[in-house]
Each structure stands twice: as structure tokens, then as C-alpha cells.
Design a protein around this ligand. Structure first.
Ligand code: ADP
Length: 545
């Protein structure tokens, strides 16, 4: 129709163009893989991304060809994000913590044509190389060094590629916002990992919404340190949202221990961060031992697994840091919900507010949630009715990459595999993964809730609750825990954790002390493994029979 607005495509290249035009000198600070720090800015990142993109053309990369990365958070990885997607190729970020055969599987499944990787992963790539069918360029994300070049004659060097790029290259103009831009695989706790293919459009809309005040709340006055890796759902979208609004970025490279993170937070005056609970547990341990504080950090997004309420409280009371508890999935780019209270909650007392802050929060514009029973009937959103969580929206998966089946339910809902409740304002509480929830005597018990309480106990360093088979009740909760150094956990401590906090029949009958809680490549507890080891252990317990 005549008299309409401009029809501009929502392209990822536009993010870095904007950052380079209006935030050209805003810094991107990186910890290098081989040590030391590097400082650059958005104008430089764009310039080098364009040069690299011109090299992709010379190498014959076609639209939608996949180019993979196995890399930490650093400036070269950011350049690759924009060079690859800006040029119409698909940036396939690979989680180096996957098992080698899973990596081989996903590289072959994605049909990656080039792989860029950090020095840490050179031995890994060397080991995989033989089995990779489609890759014809292996690029180390470093300047050339002769010794390495001699040892690995098949290797190319990132800075050589940049050097050979064109200075006057422009982004292709024939891209459509629905063209694919990046590819992430789920961590594949059971079965092979599945590919989720994002588009320019879904990525841009997700980034725009993530920057808004009730989501991550990013601005040109902020400094963001994404602890969440760029191989974990695009650093939860922050690698797009930050340049979009001119937020300074601090990239921690390979050093994700408490001390390194705290040092960077204070050195660079970081105001906002994001990461999984296990990272924050390490940071808090360091802060407690060293007595160091975080005078600049205002808030941090915590998600990927449930954030224990004791962690939210500690951040707030001891460090004046607000935790934004968030829930998401690879299939959701990943943001689904973020916990930010509303004006009306000012009227609640402190305990009620604290309580509300502990759930996974509410969806931003662009995401719709629903809870359904096993026959796909919608359940009430009253904070009580617990059911299968389904989701739809602008940045939600339609079909897995190369999947032949229909991955949606009930027409157009994506079934998340989580069990949740939703209240009248959309605040959502994850009760469990449906495959982890405990069914005891016909009633459901949430392992997440039992773990959250256990993690607040002073003698417990880490904990997981699993369904253990039981002769009378079918399944009963079993608490597995790692003791804090110097502490001993006894049966009587169980009462301190659970008495008055949950129904009596929810309380685990017993516990087992373990050396470590096994986690997968994205920090989630490997409950299937724990069930294999401990799932039958109550069957042999005579006092329970
Ligand atoms: P990721 O890329 O984070 O590993 P996955 O798709 O593998 O994403 O896992 C997503 C799952 O992680 C969710 O379905 C949910 O079970 C769990 N999860 C994510 N965030 C939270 C949270 N804040 N609380 C509880 N569970 C969470």
C-alpha cells in the first residue's frame, strides 16, 4: 500500500553497523586465551569483521553455509559472530565441553565448512579432524606462529585471514531477515544433540527485547561481562544486545574461576553480568574467603538451572547485587522469562517479595507461555495448577535443524519438557524437568524445590535430588550431596533443611554423600547418570521395605 514505512530487513549486520556508527569508541576488553588482555572497540570490530567476511566469499562460502567456532568469549569470537552472520553464512557455535563423539556428530550433522577455534582447543580439533567430513579449513584464532605452523601444516591463522581481507568490502544487500544466521545444538542429555537454527529476524527481535528494562536492562551506560559462554546460546543473546545499545563488553576468555571474574568485575567497573548458578557459587566462595566486595556490579542474570534462593539472598544482602532469575532454553534463543517485580509488589512485605523473586519470572513481549495437562488441555494460570509448559513466540523454535518430524504440539506450541506453574501476572515457577520429577505414591514431588532448600544448608557445598525406586511408593526422593570442607552432614541435618518448609512426605528418606555432582556441558546436573548409580539404592534398604 502507498504511504507506508520503509521496508528494512532486520539483519544482524545492522547491529554492528549501528555500534560502529554511534558507539565507535565503546570498548570491548578481552582476556586472551594465551594470557594478557586486549582492548578494542566496536568500530574496529566491524572493520575486521567486514575484512573477514570478504575472505569467506573468496573461499566460496555460499549463503547459509555453516561456519563453526569453538572458542571462549573474546573479541575475535565477537568479530566472527558478525562476519559470519553479517555475510549470510550461519555461525555454528560449538560447546567444547561436549564429548568428542558428540562434537563429531554435530559438526558432520551441521555440515560445517570452516572451523575457527581458540588455542586451548587445538589438541581437541587435531583429534577430531580425521572424522570431519565437510570441513575444509581449520583456523586457529591467533596470529601466525611458525613453530605451530610447522607442527600442524593443515592449520591456518586468523590474523592471516584478516590480513588478506578487503578493506572496502560491504555487507551483502540481498539478505532476507528470515535467512538463517546461527546454529546452536542442545546439550543432548539423552540422545544426540539437536540443532536449533536462528534467523536474523528472530535474533534481532530477541536482542531488542533483552535490552529492555524488565529483561536484562542494558544501556550505553552499562558495562557487561557475559560469564555465560558465547557457545552457550550466543551468550544468552548478550553478544547481540550489548552492541545494539552500545554497552561496553568485557570478555573473560578461558578464566571463569571466582578470583578472575571478581578481579575483572572491579578492574573494568562491570555493572551487569550473566551466568549459570555454578559459576556464581565459585564467585561467592572466593568473595567469602578473600573478603573482597563488588562495588560496581549492580545486577546479574542467573539461569540455565534453578538459582537457589540462598544465592539470591546472599548476592542481595552481602554484595548489594540484584539477581535476575531467568529461565530459557536453546530452543528459545534462549530467553523465556526473567524475574523483575512490578510496582504493585512494593506493597508486599520483605519476605513475600523475596519469595516472589525466587521464581523464574515472567515472559517479556514476544513470548507466550501456557501450562497443559497430559491430554493437552490448558490449565489455569493461578500459581497452583502444575502442568507441561508450552511456549510460542517470535524467537521460539519451529522445527529442529534437519528434523523431519513435527516438533510442535497442539498446533503451534513448543513443548519445553518442563513442568511449571504460572500465576495471574505470568510469573512462572519451574517445578522440574518432566523426566526428573518424582512420582511418590501417585503424587508429584519437585526435585528443584528440595535441591534449592538443601543448597541453603551451611554443611552442603552442592546437592541434587533424584527419584529413587521404592518398593512401596514407586519413587522416593534421594538427596545426594557434597559436604563443605570441614563439615559433616548427618541425618539430623535433614530436619533443619526441610522441617516446616515442605510437606512431611516430600522430605527425602535419606541422603548419600558424594565427591561431586556430575554436570553436563551447560552446567546442568546429569540426573540420568545419578539415577543409574543411585536409583536402586533404596530398594536394598531394609528399613524402607
Ligand atoms: P541450555 O542451552 O541452557 O543448556 P537447554 O535447552 O539445554 O538450554 O536447557 C533448557 C532447560 O534448562 C530448561 O528447559 C529448564 O529445564 C532448565 N532451566 C533453564 N533455566 C532454568 C531456571 N532458571 N530454573 C530451572 N530450570 C532452568
Amino acid at each position: 500500500m502507498q504511504g507506508l514505512m520503509m521496508d528494512r530487513q532486520l539483519l544482524i549486520s545492522a547491529i554492528i553497523d549501528h555500534a560502529a556508527s554511534y558507539h565507535s569508541d565503546t570498548e570491548v576488553v578481552s582476556v586472551n586465551t594465551k594470557g594478557g588482555q586486549h582492548r578494542t572497540n566496536y568500530a574496529e570490530i566491524r572493520k575486521r569483521a567486514l575484512k573477514l567476511a570478504s575472505v569467506f566469499n573468496k573461499r566460496g562460502m555460499a549463503k547459509s553455509d555453516r561456519i563453526a567456532t569453538i572458542a571462549w568469549n573474546n573479541f575475535r569470537h565477537l568479530e566472527l559472530y558478525y562476519a559470519i552472520s553479517g555475510n549470510g553464512q550461519v555461525c555454528h557455535t560449538i560447546n567444547p565441553r561436549l564429548f568428542a563423539d558428540q562434537m563429531t556428530y554435530i559438526i558432520n550433522h551441521a555440515e560445517d565448512r570452516m572451523i575457527f577455534f581458540d588455542a586451548t582447543f587445538l589438541p581437541l580439533v587435531d583429534g577430531l579432524r580425521e572424522n570431519l567430513k565437510t570441513v575444509d579449513a581449520f583456523v586457529l584464532m591467533e596470529p601466525r606462529d611458525d613453530e605451530t605452523a610447522e607442527k600442524y601444516p593443515w592449520l591456518e591463522f586468523y590474523e592471516d585471514l584478516i590480513e588478506s581481507g578487503d578493506d572496502d568490502y560491504h555487507w551483502p544487500e540481498d539478505l532476507d531477515e528470515n535467512d538463517a544466521s546461527s546454529l546452536c545444538y542442545t546439550s543432548g542429555t539423552t540422545g544426540n544433540p539437536k540443532g536449533v537454527l536462528y534467523s536474523n529476524r528472530s535474533t534481532l527481535i530477541h536482542a531488542m527485547m533483552s535490552a529492555t528494562p524488565d529483561v536484562v536492562n542494558l544501556s550505553a551506560r552499562d558495562c557487561l561481562l557475559p560469564v555465560v559462554p558465547m557457545f552457550h546460546v550466543n551468550a544468552w543473546g548478550t553478544a547481540y544486545a550489548a552492541p545494539m545499545v552500545g554497552t561496553k563488553m568485557v570478555m573473560p576468555g578461558p578464566n571463569l574461576d571466582g578470583k578472575s571474574i571478581a578481579t575483572l568485575f572491579n578492574q573494568e567497573k562491570v555493572t551487569v553480568s550473566a551466568g549459570v548458578p555454578t559459576i556464581w557459587a565459585g564467585l561467592i566462595d572466593f568473595l567469602e574467603q578473600s573478603g573482597e566486595k563488588l562495588p560496581f556490579l549492580k545486577r546479574t542474570v542467573v539461569g540455565g538451572s534453578a538459582c537457589p534462593p540462598s544465592m539470591i539472598e546472599k548476592f542481595r544482602t552481602d554484595y548489594d547485587v540484584e539477581v535476575l532469575h531467568a529461565w530459557g532454553m536453546t530452543e528459545l534463543s534462549p530467553l523465556g522469562t526473567v524475574n523483575n517485580l512490578k510496582n504493585k509488589h512494593d506493597a508486599l512485605d520483605n519476605d513475600e517479595q523475596e519469595n516472589l523473586r525466587c521464581n523464574q519470572g515472567r515472559p517479556p513481549f514476544g513470548i507466550e507461555l501456557g501450562v497443559f495437562d497430559d491430554e493437552d488441555n490448558p490449565l489455569a494460570e493461578d500459581g497452583q495448577a502444575q502442568g507441561n509448559l508450552y511456549c510460542r513466540g517470535y524467537w521460539v523454535l519451529n522445527n529442529y535443524f534437519h528434523s523431519e518430524g513435527d516438533d510442535l504440539r497442539n498446533g503451534n506450541w513448543f513443548p519445553t519438557g518442563d513442568v511449571a506453574t504460572i500465576d495471574e501476572d505470568g510469573f512462572m515457577t519451574i517445578r522440574d524437568r518432566s523426566k526428573d520429577i518424582i512420582k511418590s505414591g501417585g503424587e508429584w514431588i519437585s526435585t528443584v524445590e528440595l535441591e534449592n532448600l538443601a543448597l541453603g544448608h551451611p554443611a552442603i557445598a552442592d546437592a541434587a535430588v533424584i527419584a529413587a525406586k521404592h518398593p512401596k511408593w514407586d519413587e522416593r526422593p534421594l538427596l545426594l550431596l557434597v559436604e563443605k570442607p570441614g563439615s559433616e552432614f548427618t541425618e539430623s541435618n535433614m530436619n533443619e533443611i526441610y522441617d516446616g518448609k515442605v510437606a512431611k512426605w516430600w522430605v527425602p528418606d535419606t541422603f548419600r554423600v558424594v565427591d561431586e555432582i556430575p554436570r553436563n556441558a551447560t552446567g546442568k546436573v546429569r540426573k540420568n547418570l545419578l539415577r543409574e548409580t543411585f536409583g536402586d539404592s533404596l530398594m536394598d534398604d531394609p528399613k524402607l521395605a
